[in-house]
Each structure stands twice: as structure tokens, then as C-alpha cells.
Design a protein around this ligand. Structure first.
Ligand code: NAD
Length: 490
């Protein structure tokens, strides 16, 4: 990303206390459409003073919002849901232009975000506490949940509409006020959703604020004493920084990180379910999903492993690479030319270490220079980055093992634990996999095991720093503080 001098594109602003305000730093980044290379917006980099203004606005709105009935807050979420549904196609198009993914994928993403709002509408139910009467003579105990305070969410580029909506509805539904710092690479879906929120009269000014920027803006949020809790999604390296810096300043934190997801293909796997599941998982959104299957563990004899590999290569040959806006595209561009160059560098490094190309997806990059076709690497050395580290591109690594036990052992030896998939027709194998695999989200004959919004979303091990996942009851736990009251009356 480069600093721009263009003026014909929109200059984004922060939303603070219900007003759109210009950022004072004078530094900008370009938001680029990866399918064309066109600059579509200029993104201001908030400095500490800009962040301070947003935190003050969120703190000022907190007492009134906290005192608002949970039922009224739930109605505000209903209004938010309705406006998002009405503008779903428009937000999806911004996702496609800014991030690159296909329109169908973007539409599904916005739908998943709306689903989180729907799940959070249950807050009056979910916020109910506990009580125990008569623990001693005349002595009663009750537990109530109160909001944590001001919550900041820092989100990644790959789901620019859905991931902000993992946090926002639950946080404000629980009575907190909220500051969103979206990815600087594709912030316009967040900008549009903030415009829509500003128009929802049931959500008062200052309850939801938006700040643009990159590392400096995040550090100002993490160091600000007025921020009480931080929800983060991004790479594992950034998650570790966010978690430790938040902890140093005494904030509650959940930091969801990167992934290297295994897909175990048993010899008895259904070919149709397997090829469509793996194609969607490994090459959908050009492999830029935290749930992307990036290692195919082929189980069986050499002949069975070769048969599984042939199935995947033939299916990948049938995928069409192109702009996300074209309805017949299967594999969209990566988020930027820099991302495509980085992933191609990883492929070259693997080849230099002796890997073989079962399928080579490298080409001219398309009109915007960010396209890369499905690439499958076999014969990787055990310490290769392509086998163990997240490449975040349309690259599938192949690992060969003789049996299920070896597949599980190999997968569990990795440092990540976001998701793991098995393709099999054997209930016993599926049951053993489900029981033994170390991952937070497990799929059986399902390529992308994304939990619906009423369940917690996250992984294990280096795929998360912090204890509580996003969505579901974990969100209520994260966004509330428990208070236990012991009473005796004369
Ligand atoms: P990223 O870590 O580069 O950026 C995420 C956010 O952190 C952005 O808002 C960015 O501005 C900020 N940031 C980046 N570097 C920072 C630093 N040094 N200090 C402070 N803030 C910083 O991630 P990305 O490239 O935008 O997103 C892709 C990553 O997100 C992948 O690793 C993917 O697996 C992960 N991800 C995980 C999940 C999950 O549920 N675990 C979901 C989606 C994406």
C-alpha cells in the first residue's frame, strides 16, 4: 500500500459522538480494488488525539446507554438488523470491490454478520444472572451482569463486514459502548455500516464510534486508560502483541489469531463431497479465510493417496480465476499485489526446498496484478513453512500418511488449532477424529466448518490469545462483569 496524492476518490472520516470528523494526522493510505488496481478511497491514519476523541465520546455515552433497558437495547439491535438487511447487497458490493472476494461470497459474509446481530437480540435472556435464596438464615445471594465499559474492536481485512459484526451487537447489547478500528486495507464496508448505524435512532450518538488507521491507531487504543476491553481478530503475530499490550494496561482481551487447518482425506471419502469441500475451503476467497483448509492429509496406501491427489488436481483445474465481481469467478484476486507477491515467494521457497508442483497456479496476476490460481504442493520437507505456517493464499500443501492415527498425530503437532476437517464415510473414523483432534472448529464432510452465530467461534492453541471465543454465550461472558450481592434484611 502506498501513500496517495489522488483527490478524485472519497476521503474517509472517523465517526465520533455521531459526527463525521476529519483525522488530524495528515497521513493517508490508499484503499485499492485488487481486481483492477484502482484506488477507491483514501484512508486516514488516526493519531493518538483522534483516538482520544473517540474514547471520550464512548465514555460520555456509557452511563446513559448502560441505564437503557436491555429490552430497549434489544429493540435497537432489531432496528440495526433491519437496516443491514435492507442494505445487504450494497455492503456486499463494497466487500467485493475493497477486498476482492466474489459477490456470492461477500453476500454470504454479510448474511453471517446479520446473523450475529440476530443472535445478540436475545440479550435480555442471555444477561440474566443467578440467585440462591436462604444460604443462611435470612441470607440471599444473587449474581448480576454489568457491562465492562468501553470496548474496542480491531478487525482484519478478510471479512470486513462480518467480523466487526461478531463484536458490535453483543458489546452494545450488553450495555457497553463501542469503538471499531477496521482493517486499513478495506475499511469501506465498516464505513458504510457506521453510516447506517448513525441513522438508527434507537442507537444514541457515541454508543458506536469508528476510527480509521493502522498500527499507531491500535497502539493508542491499547494504551488508552479509557478503553476497558479489546476484541481482536488478525494474524497470530499481531494477536500476541495485542494480548500482551492489553494485559499490560489492565484490559480484558480476546485476540483471535491465524490458522493452519488440516483436511484429512480418508480412502473411503465420498469423491464429490471431498472435491467440492476442499475446493471451497482451500481456494474460496483465494485461501484468505481463517477457516481455509491449507493442508490436505492424504491417508492410505500410496495408490490411495495418489488417487485422492488426482481428484483434487482435476477439481482445481476446473476452477476459474478472475475478478470477484464476475459471476462465473471461483477464485478471486488476493487482497493486494503485495499479498500475491508474498504468497508467490512462499511457493518459490517451498520449491527451492524440494517440493513438487502438483498444480501450478502462477500466472500474470490479471488486470489488477493480484490474481493467483489454485496451487498444490506435494513432496514438502517436514520443516517447510508451507506445511506448518499460514500462507493465506490459494495454496494447498499435501501431507501423506498411512492411517488416521498418524494423520491426527501429525495435525496435533502443529502450533495452530483453529479448524480441522475430515472427509470419510466411516462413522467410527469421524468419531475418533472429533474426539482426538486439537482444534476449536471441526468439520465432518464439510469444507468450511464455520459455526452459526449462536455458537462460539474460535480455535485453540496459537489460534487464540485469551480465553473467550467470539459470539454465543462466550460473547456475553466477555462483554459483562459479574457482581455477586449477598443480602440480609432485618
Ligand atoms: P493483521 O494482523 O495484519 O491485521 C489485523 C488488524 O490489526 C488490522 O486492523 C491492523 O490494522 C492491525 N495491526 C496489524 N499489525 C499491527 C501491529 N503490529 N500492531 C497493532 N495493530 C496491528 O491481519 P490481517 O492480515 O488483516 O488478517 C488476516 C489474518 O487474520 C490471518 O492470519 C487470519 O487467519 C486471521 N483471521 C483469524 C480469524 C479467527 O477467527 N481466528 C478470523 C479471520 C481472520
Amino acid at each position: 500500500m502506498t501513500t496517495s496524492t489522488a483527490t478524485a476518490v472519497a476521503d474517509l472520516k472517523n465517526l465520533v459522538a455521531g459526527e463525521w470528523v476529519s483525522v488530524g494526522s495528515g497521513e493517508w493510505l490508499d484503499d485499492v480494488d485488487p481486481a483492477t488496481g484502482d484506488v477507491v478511497a483514501r484512508v486516514p491514519l488516526s493519531a493518538a488525539a483522534d483516538i482520544d476523541a473517540a474514547v471520550r465520546a464512548a465514555r460520555a455515552a456509557l452511563p446513559g446507554w448502560r441505564a437503557t433497558s436491555p429490552i430497549v437495547r434489544a429493540r435497537a439491535l432489531m432496528a440495526l438488523r433491519d437496516t443491514l438487511v435492507a442494505h445487504r447487497a450494497e455492503i456486499a458490493e463494497l466487500v467485493t470491490i475493497d477486498m476482492g472476494k466474489t459477490l456470492a461470497d461477500a453476500n454470504a459474509e454479510v448474511g453471517r454478520g446479520i446473523e450475529s446481530v440476530e443472535a445478540a437480540i436475545a440479550v435480555p435472556h442471555l444477561l440474566k444472572g443467578e440467585n440462591l435464596e436462604g444460604v443462611a438464615r435470612g441470607l440471599d445471594v444473587e449474581m448480576v451482569r454489568q457491562p465492562v465499559g468501553v470496548v474496542a474492536a480491531i478487525t482484519p481485512f478478510n471479512f470486513p463486514a462480518m467480523i466487526p459484526l461478531w463484536f458490535l451487537p453483543y458489546a452494545i447489547g450488553c450495555g457497553n459502548t463501542f469503538i471499531l478500528k477496521p482493517s486499513e486495507q478495506d475499511p469501506r464496508p465498516s464505513q458504510r455500516m457506521a453510516e447506517l448505524i448513525a441513522g438508527v435512532e434507537e442507537i444514541p450518538a457515541g454508543v458506536v464510534n469508528l476510527v480509521h488507521g493502522s498500527r499507531g491507531a491500535v497502539e493508542a487504543l491499547l494504551d488508552h486508560p479509557g478503553v476497558d476491553a479489546v476484541s481482536f481478530v488478525g494474524s497470530a503475530a499481531t494477536a500476541r502483541i495485542i494480548a500482551s499490550r492489553s494485559a499490560q494496561s489492565g484490559k480484558r482481551v480476546q485476540a483471535l489469531g491465524g490458522a493452519k487447518n488440516s483436511m484429512v482425506i480418508m480412502p473411503d471419502a465420498d469423491p464429490k463431497l471431498t472435491s467440492s469441500g476442499v475446493m471451497g475451503s482451500s481456494f474460496g476467497a483465494a485461501g484468505q479465510r481463517c477457516l481455509a483448509g491449507s493442508v490436505a492429509i492424504l491417508v492410505g496406501t500410496e495408490e490411495e493417496q495418489d488417487r485422492s491427489l488426482r481428484l483434487l488436481v482435476e477439481a482445481a483445474d476446473g476452477l476459474r480465476v478472475g475478478p470477484g465481481i464476475d459471476s462465473d469467478t471461483d477464485v478471486c484476486p488476493l487482497v493486494s499485489v503485495a499479498a500475491r507477491e508474498r504468497v508467490e515467494g512462499e511457493i518459490e521457497a517451498a520449491l527451492a526446498e524440494g517440493a513438487e508442483l502438483a498444480r501450478d497456479g502462477r500466472g500474470d496476476g490479471g488486470a489488477g496484478g493480484a490474481e493467483l490460481g489454485p496451487t498444490i504442493l506435494d513432496g514438502l520437507s517436514e520443516d517447510s513453512r508451507a506445511l506448518r505456517e499460514e500462507l493465506f493464499g490459494p495454496v494447498l500443501a499435501v501431507k501423506r500418511v498411512p492411517d488416521l492415527a498418524a494423520a491426527i498425530e501429525w495435525s496435533n503437532a502443529g502450533r495452530y488449532g483453529n479448524s480441522a476437517i475430515i472427509f470419510t464415510e466411516s462413522g467410527g473414523a469421524a468419531r475418533e477424529f472429533r474426539y482426538s483432534i486439537e482444534a476449536g472448529m471441526v468439520g465432518v464432510n464439510v469444507g468450511v466448518a464455520a459455526p452459526i452465530s449462536w455458537f462460539p467461534f474460535s480455535g485453540w492453541k496459537d489460534s487464540i490469545d485469551g480465553d473467550l471465543h467470539a459470539n454465543g454465550n462466550d460473547a456475553i461472558e466477555f462483554y459483562t462483569r459479574k457482581k455477586v450481592v449477598t443480602s440480609r434484611w432485618a
